[in-house]
Design a protein around this ligand. Structure first.
Ligand code: GAF
Length: 389
C-alpha cells in the first residue's frame, strides 16, 4: 500500500470540500517513477528497469449520477474544469493540466467503456518537469480512478496503455510506455523489468543494502519535446534502413557490421539503444544478485552512452555523475535518469555512503555549475491503487 503524506491528503480534502461542498467518497493514487537503467529504449520495443517512487499524484473523488465531470487542481491555484461525457471531449485551450484528465477519459470512451461523471480534486508531490513522470502519474491516477470507481473491465497494463495513448494523441507528446507501466504496475521494494514489446513484467527485489538517491539537477528541461521527438525519429530511421521492425531486433555485433549503412549521427543513436538494451538485461541480473560493482559499471556505461552517443545529457549532470562515481567506486553507481536535457540523476549506494554523497554534492555542485540541487532518498513503491485512510 502506498505511503501517502497526511498533509497532502488533508490539503486535498479541504480543496475538495471547499469546491464541491462535501467530503470526497474515495481516494486513488498513482506514483512517479525513477528509471534505474534502460533510457530511450521503450519506444524501440526494448527493455527498461524502473521503479515506482514514494511520491504520487493523489485524487479525491465522488461519482456523479449524471454525465458531467468537474475537476479542481489543488496545485494550480485551484483552477477548475468542467466537461460533459455526452459530447466530444476536446482540448482545453489554456489549462494544460486538464488535458491529461480530458485525454485519459476520452481514450477510455474510445475503448468503448461506459461510465458516468465524477467530481474530482487532484494534488501531488511528484516534482514536476524533473523527469520523474509527474504527467504519467496523473494519467494513470485518472485511469485508475475510473477503472475502480466504475468497475471497468481493464487490466492495470490497459490503464497504462490508455494513459500513453492520451499523451500521444490528445496531449501530443510521443512518449513510450515505460512511465505509465511502472506507475500502474510498480510494486513495493521491487524494480520492474519491463519488456516494452510484449509488456511482460518481472519484479526484481531491490537489494536491501542499497539506497536509491535521486538528485534533481534543477536544470530546466529545455527543448525536451522537440529533441525527444527527434531522437525517436532517428531511431526509427535506423530501424527502417536496417529493415528492422524496431532497434530491439538487432544485436550490437550486427549493428556494428552494418555501420556503413547509417549516417554517423543515426549510427550513434542506434548504438546507444542497442547497447542500452544489453546493459538493461545485465543490470536486471546484477540487481537480482545484489552485485553493486556490476551495477556501478553498467550505470557508468549507460551515462556515457547517453552523453556521447545519444547526446541527451547536460554538463551539470555530467559533473554530478562523475563526482558520485569517483566517490562510490565499485560500491555504487549513478546516471542521468529520464528523457534528458536536464532533470534528475539516480544513484544506488550503500546506506552508510548516503550522507557522504549528499555532503559532497552540496559542497561542490552549486559552486561548479551555478545550479542548486534537490536530493531525495526514495523507496521502491506500489503502483496505482485506492488509498484507504
Ligand atoms: C520519457 C518518456 F516519457 C519515456 O517513455 C521514456 O522514453 C523516457 O523519457 C526515456 O527513457 O520519460
Amino acid at each position: 500500500m502506498a505511503n501517502i503524506s497526511q498533509t497532502m491528503l488533508e490539503k486535498l480534502n479541504s480543496v475538495y470540500s471547499d469546491t464541491f461542498g462535501a467530503a470526497p467518497a474515495r481516494h486513488f493514487q498513482a506514483p512517479g517513477r525513477v528509471n534505474l537503467i534502460g533510457e530511450h529504449t521503450d519506444y524501440n520495443d526494448g527493455f527498461v528497469l524502473p521503479c515506482a517512487i514514494d511520491y504520487q499524484t493523489l485524487v479525491a473523488v465522488t461519482p456523479r449520477e449524471d454525465y458531467t465531470v468537474r475537476v479542481v487542481a489543488a496545485d494550480y491555484n485551484n483552477e477548475q474544469d468542467e466537461f460533459s461525457l455526452d459530447s466530444e471531449i476536446t482540448n482545453h485551450p489554456t489549462q494544460l493540466w486538464s488535458n491529461y484528465v480530458r485525454g485519459v477519459i476520452k481514450h477510455l470512451q474510445l475503448r468503448g467503456h461506459q461510465f458516468k461523471g465524477a467530481d474530482i480534486a487532484i494534488t501531488g508531490n511528484v516534482p514536476q518537469g524533473a523527469g520523474l513522470s509527474s504527467s504519467a502519474s496523473l494519467e494513470v491516477a485518472i485511469g485508475e480512478t475510473f477503472r475502480l470507481l466504475y468497475n471497468l473491465s481493464l487490466s492495470k497494463a490497459d490503464v497504462a496503455v490508455n494513459g500513453q495513448e492520451a499523451e500521444n494523441q490528445f496531449v501530443g507528446c510521443n512518449c513510450g510506455i515505460m512511465d505509465q507501466m511502472v506507475s500502474s504496475c510498480g510494486s513495493e521494494l521491487n524494480a520492474l523489468l519491463l519488456d516494452c514489446r510484449s509488456l511482460d513484467t518481472q519484479l526484481i527485489s531491490m537489494p536491501k543494502d542499497l539506497s536509491v538517491m535521486i538528485i534533481n539537477s534543477n536544470v530546466k528541461r529545455g527543448l525536451v519535446d522537440s529533441e525527444y521527438n527527434t531522437r525517436r525519429e532517428q531511431c526509427e530511421e535506423a530501424a527502417s534502413i536496417l529493415g528492422l521492425k524496431a532497434l530491439r531486433d538487432i544485436s550490437l555485433e550486427e549493428l556494428q557490421a552494418n555501420k556503413d549503412k547509417l549516417s554517423d549521427v543515426v549510427y550513434r543513436r542506434a548504438h546507444h539503444v542497442v547497447s542500452e538494451n544489453e546493459r538493461t538485461l545485465k543490470a536486471a541480473d546484477a540487481l537480482r544478485a545484489g552485485d553493486a560493482a556490476l551495477l556501478s559499471t553498467l550505470m557508468a556505461e549507460s551515462h556515457a552512452s547517453m552523453r556521447d552517443d545519444f547526446e541527451i545529457t547536460v554538463a551539470p549532470i555530467d559533473f554530478v555523475v562523475k563526482t558520485l562515481h569517483d566517490y562510490l567506486g565499485t560500491k555504487g553507481g549513478a546516471r542521468m535518469t529520464g528523457g534528458g536535457f536536464g532533470g534528475c540523476m539516480v544513484a544506488l549506494m550503500p546506506h552508510d555512503m548516503v550522507e557522504g554523497a549528499k555532503q559532497l554534492i552540496e559542497q561542490t555542485y552549486q559552486t561548479e555549475t551555478g545550479y542548486k540541487e534537490t536530493i531525495y532518498i526514495c523507496s521502491a513503491s506500489d503502483g496505482a491503487g485506492e488509498v484507504f485512510n
